[in-house]
Design a protein around this ligand. Structure first.
Ligand code: MF3
Ligand code: CO
Ligand code: CO
Length: 252
């Protein structure tokens, strides 16, 4: 493993492990989303996450991270990210963002999805679709020779065209032997900035998209991030690796 501008370039052996980690995490998220039911509490969602992590013989990345108390972040409606699981029950029409990280053979993987519970308002369907598409627009820019902020710019441009806003205070990141490695990957800003991307860089790209203002605040629990105006927010995240060809999504 060598480094450029503190961004670690992963070796083929490391990428192999990160790929296995991503596949395990993708299967955890898939089973988890299939088991979601109206009326479950966010703590029950976390309990299912923990069970699936154990079943796959990997470790939770978030529990204990800076004192975070759970395996999953579960953020409902106007909650943006870092929702702490609680006895709050999800109801029909809610949108629920679930962010999960694991450690496998000392390497991290990180992914998030937002799911509509039962039938949701068409405006919210659109929010989910736009946020997931924004993630894929960003991923498409993650190729060798591009600048880092080509990712950021592609995400912001698309989201704002759709008349939504991107959160500024939380960003994507490099990932590997640590959950959060260099570089920070903002979801906004001008293109052609920051370091040149190289084969072997591994990133977690994660747009958070709001219907109203991009501004957020943190609840009294010290973790849960909510929109400043109370309007709803969605979050999608994948861990990816930059290759010679198209970016490879590790958590698909
Ligand atoms: N999963 C978040 C991210 O995508 C980080 C969560 S840290 C935790 O970067 F402590 F809240 F779990
Ligand atoms: Co995450
Ligand atoms: Co992340």
């Amino acid at each position: 493993m060598n480094t450029t501008n503190q961004i670690k370039i992963k070796s083929p052996q490391e990428i192999k492990i990160l790929r296995e980690a991503g596949q395990i995490l993708a299967s955890v998220i898939k089973e988890l989303t299939c088991s979601l039911k109206i009326g479950m509490s966010t703590a029950q969602i976390d309990a299912v996450t923990e069970k699936l992590i154990k079943k796959n013989k990997v470790k939770p990345a978030f529990k204990g991270y800076r004192g975070y108390p759970a395996c999953a972040c579960v953020s409902v409606n106007d909650e943006v990210v870092h929702g702490i699981p609680s006895d709050r029950q999800v109801k029909e029409g809610d949108i629920v963002s679930i962010d999960v990280g694991i450690i496998y053979k000392d390497y991290y993987s990180d992914t998030a999805v937002t799911i509509g519970m039962g039938s949701i308002d068409p405006d919210l369907e659109k929010l989910l679709k736009v946020t997931e598409t924004a993630l894929h627009r960003g991923i498409a820019q993650a190729k060798a020779g591009n600048h880092l902020t080509d990712i950021s710019h592609a995400i912001q441009e698309y989201v704002e065209e759709q008349n939504y806003s991107v959160v500024r205070e939380f960003v994507g990141h490099g990932i590997g032997r640590k959950l959060h490695e260099a570089p920070e990957i903002p979801n906004f800003g001008p293109a052609k900035g920051g370091p040149i991307l190289q084969e072997g860089m591994v990133f977690a790209i994660e747009p958070m998209v709001n219907i109203g203002t991009w501004k957020t605040k943190i609840e009294n629990d010290g973790w849960t991030v909510v929109t400043a105006d109370g309007k709803y927010s969605a979050h999608f995240e994948h861990s990816i690796v930059i290759t010679k060809k198209k970016p490879e999504i590790l958590t698909k």
